[in-house]
Design a protein around this ligand. Structure first.
Ligand code: PLP
Length: 445
């Protein structure tokens, strides 16, 4: 086991030092919490933002595991990573090319950095409803249409596990001298499946949430990069959006998760997921998303309920209420489960039995109309202007023709349908009603 940061913290904890420093728990396990290794900068732990000590060694070990030139640990989730990447690559006030599938943290970056987004919107998949992956030709056309863009920012995999053809898109970006940045929040486990990271596929940098798929604490995330973006610029940008008291247990949990990842074979769980796909296809009315549909992360289980009388929300609810099974997320037509090797110990069998039972009571239903395509975004002002303008709250259907002030974001998956600065149209309202989103929205006064 090689975990330099975790080892340094445990050695400190073992010294029985009188801890006249924060955090206030002083390492005492009050209420059962394991506070003993909860340090921030102190003797021998180094400073997250200074490239030193065991954190730096732990980051280097992670860079090796992920076959990247460089790695930075983060304690603010992929949210901090998204802000960091866009600040380092675009600075302020420039243009950036984005897929419309991006997480709401991208919208926060646009507001904070005053970036002008140019979105590429692909058509929705008629069954699962998410936007299809881009093609390299679409990426090339968009880059040629917007030559001033300082970066191309893509999400891969998406919440449903669908991966973009990054190798081809990276080649297109490289030919034009534009750095490809990838939100890979859901892909921190890829090396254990033999899947390439975005940086291995040619991206300049990517962010991953260690806490989403690895045994790491909430907010644990990392940035991988290939050296295209200046290391100090990335580090400084992460400091800009991070706390000055980063949690070392969070950082050490990345260290331990990386070590665990090196020693853990995820192929059995991928095989179990594939077997479940086949079983659901053969024996139930549910449609699992499979490698026949798209290039996917085989451990992300997306099951579509179209064609039955259950919505994704209802299926998630019944799994929880009747079977004590909690899914990662549901939307109007899908449930999504995150599978890891820990689920081989009974969880997957329970899920299979529950889905079998649900399939017996799920009545068939005519397929609904496909989701209407989303209208092309019409920006009335910048994201930043709209975000910081005076605003008011109103029901969605009264907001037609108004300028959106806060992202209209069904959560999860956290992908904004209307961004600040864009006009809310009747088509948006129809689309949002179709996916059962009914919340009030905030508009510019
Ligand atoms: C695609 C994507 N990117 C970024 C994030 C933000 O990640 P974090 O919660 O680690 O800040 C999420 C969160 O769900 C996400 O789904």
């Amino acid at each position: 086991m090689s975990t330099p940061l975790y080892d340094a913290l445990r050695a400190l904890a073992a010294r029985d030092t009188a801890r006249f420093h924060m955090p206030g728990h002083k390492g005492v396990s009050a209420g059962g919490f394991p506070f003993s290794i909860d340090y921030t900068e102190t003797y021998g732990t180094g400073n997250l933002y200074e490239d030193e000590g065991p954190i730096m060694h732990a980051e280097r070990a992670a860079a090796q595991t992920y076959h990247a030139d460089d790695c930075l640990f983060l304690t603010g989730g992929s949210t901090q990573g998204v802000l960091t990447l866009l600040a380092a690559a675009c600075r302020t006030g420039g243009e950036v090319l984005l897929d419309r599938n991006c997480h709401r943290s991208v919208c926060h970056a646009l507001a904070l950095l005053d970036l002008t987004p140019h979105f590429i919107q692909t058509e929705p998949d008629p069954v699962y409803g998410f936007c299809r992956p881009l093609t390299a030709a679409q990426a090339a056309a968009a880059l040629d249409a917007h030559p001033a863009c300082r970066a191309f920012f893509l999400t891969s995999p998406n919440y449903y596990g669908v991966r973009q053809p990054l190798r081809e898109i990276a080649a297109v970006c490289r030919a034009r001298g534009v750095p490809l940045l990838v939100d890979c929040a859901h892909g921190a486990h890829f090396p254990a499946l033999g899947l390439p990271t975005p940086v291995e596929e040619g991206a300049a940098a990517c962010v991953m949430s260690a806490h989403k798929t690895l045994p790491a604490l909430g907010q644990a995330a990392l940035i991988l990069s290939d050296g295209t973006l200046d290391h100090r610029e990335l580090r400084e940008s992460s400091r800009l959006f991070g706390t000055t008291s980063p949690s070392y247990p969070i950082l050490a949990s990345i260290d331990c998760a990386r070590d665990w990842l090196e020693q853990t074979d995820w192929n059995p769980v991928a095989e179990a997921a594939r077997a479940l796909h086949e079983h659901l296809y053969a024996s139930t009315p549910f449609f699992p998303l499979t490698e026949r549909d798209y290039a996917i992360d085989p451990t992300r289980l997306t099951i579509c309920t179209l064609g039955t009388d259950l919505s994704g929300y209802e299926m998630a609810d019944r799994l929880y209420q009747e079977y004590n099974i909690a899914v990662e997320m549901a939307d109007s037509r899908n449930i999504v489960c995150i599978l890891t090797p820990f689920d081989l110990d009974g969880n997957l069998d329970r899920l299979t039995r529950a889905l079998d039972e649900l399939s017996l009571t799920a009545a068939g239903r005519l397929l609904p109309d496909p989701l209407p395509p989303l209208p092309a975004p019409r920006a009335a002002c910048s994201v930043r202007q709209a975000w910081f303008a005076p605003r008011e709250t109103m029901p969605l259907d009264r907001a037609i023709g108004r300028v959106c002030a806060r992202p209209v974001t069904p959560y999860p998956p956290g992908v904004p349908i209307v961004l600040p600065g864009e006009e809310i149209t009747a088509e948006h309202v129809v689309f949002l009603q179709k996916i059962c989103y009914n919340e009030d929205c905030e508009v510019v006064k």
